[in-house]
Design a binder for this molecule. Structure first.
Ligand code: PLP
Length: 349
């Protein structure tokens, strides 16, 4: 529990005072009629009408699948929109700060920089776990957001939930837990805890396990009060009608996604086993995600060699604590076979 958190105290004044844009679809709620209210083109193309700005049907379906209520869901144009809106709602440009735990996802720092918010870094420890004392020591009365990414990108491990809980209890700003990779992990999602912590925001996405990165659809789960603030400041039609429809269809067939996840996890296990027999591979970090972090003899050379073979991996060797590492996304069986073959033929020059 956190009984001292005060959302009002950390919400920006301009956001509190804001009168949100009222769209034509907001003012008239019916679905039948002659719509001459939104300056749309009347000829049916399949997408000539503005989409539902509240994504009601989609949220109800997500609520059902995730075991939460629709009022606890915010949908963004990718998780990236949710991240940006958190800065805009709670951080005063030029004054507030946010804490991130490197090595981690790059968008938190970029979003902070766009919004002129200082980033304080609390490096993960050698086991890639958060150092809670370090994090709490870095907070001050201007700290508004702390970002936990679990499973973490690029290290692929999950954080111990008790560590995150300590921060949820002690920190009176927003604790963001980015669960983009949770579907590839055995860990329990923090979505089940949104009613216990008024300062918790859990991010998930349709970009990874659901296989819909091109649609740009991210979810934020939180206390209704936080969701209302994010909804108030979002662009009115931030989720396209096509996206809402395709996501709804995917959610109606979760078995397909489950099969996909199982296959990726099986391939991850196989790839780890086979890679670990190769001479150029020094270490493979345990993965709870759809990628693996691999320490190799010379990351830059391995990266260029693979690129030359038309296999593109991510060179993370310049990232603190990831020295000598490349990050490899789990592909299809054929793609993984090509990667393994290439690496078997790799001779260090
Ligand atoms: C891939 C990824 C996302 C997804 O972002 P979208 O904007 O939803 O595509 C979010 N967080 C992390 C850590 C990621 O690696």
């Amino acid at each position: 529990m956190n009984t001292t958190f005060n959302l009002d105290a950390i919400t920006r004044d301009n956001v509190k005072k804001l009168v949100p844009y009222s769209s034509a679809r907001d003012e008239f709620k019916g679905s039948e009629g002659i719509f001459l209210d939104a300056n749309e083109n009347p000829f049916n193309t399949g997408y000539n009408r503005y989409p539902d700005p509240h994504q009601k049907k989609l949220k109800e379906k997500i609520a059902d699948v995730k075991g939460v209520e629709a009022k606890n869901i915010f949908l963004g144009n990718g998780s990236d929109e949710g991240i940006d809106l958190l800065f805009r709602a709670f951080c005063e440009p030029g004054k507030s700060n946010a804490i991130i735990l490197p090595p981690t996802y790059g968008m938190y720092e970029v979003a902070a920089n766009i919004n002129d918010v200082t980033v304080n870094k609390a490096l993960l420890n050698e086991d890639f776990q958060p150092d809670i004392n370090l994090i709490l020591n870095k907070t001050d009365h201007n700290t508004r957001l702390i970002f936990f990414c679990s499973p973490n990108n690029p290290t692929a491990n999950s954080f111990q939930p008790e560590l995150i809980e300590q921060v949820l209890e002690k920190f009176n700003g927003i604790v963001v837990i980015d669960e983009a990779y949770i579907d590839f992990s055995e860990q329990k999602s923090f979505v089940a805890s949104i009613n216990n912590y008024p300062n918790l925001v859990v991010l998930q996405t349709f970009s990874k396990a659901w296989g819909m990165a091109s649609l740009r659809l991210g979810m934020a789960f939180a206390d209704e009060k936080i969701i209302n603030i994010l909804s108030k400041i979002k662009p009115p039609y931030n989720i396209s009608g096509v996206t809402q429809q395709l996501a709804l269809e995917a959610l109606k067939n979760p078995a397909k996604t489950k099969t996909c996840i199982a296959e990726i996890i099986a391939e991850r296990t196989r790839l780890v086993a086979e890679l670990s027999t190769l001479k150029s591979v020094r270490h493979i970090y345990p993965s709870d995600a759809n990628f693996i972090l691999v320490k190799v003899d010379n990351a830059r050379l391995v990266y260029s060699y693979l690129a030359n073979e038309s296999i593109v991996v991510r060179d993370r060797s310049k990232v603190e604590l990831c020295e000598g590492c490349i990050r490899i996304t789990i592909g299809t069986k054929d793609e993984n076979d090509s990667l393994l073959n290439a690496l078997k033929n790799y001779k260090q020059t």
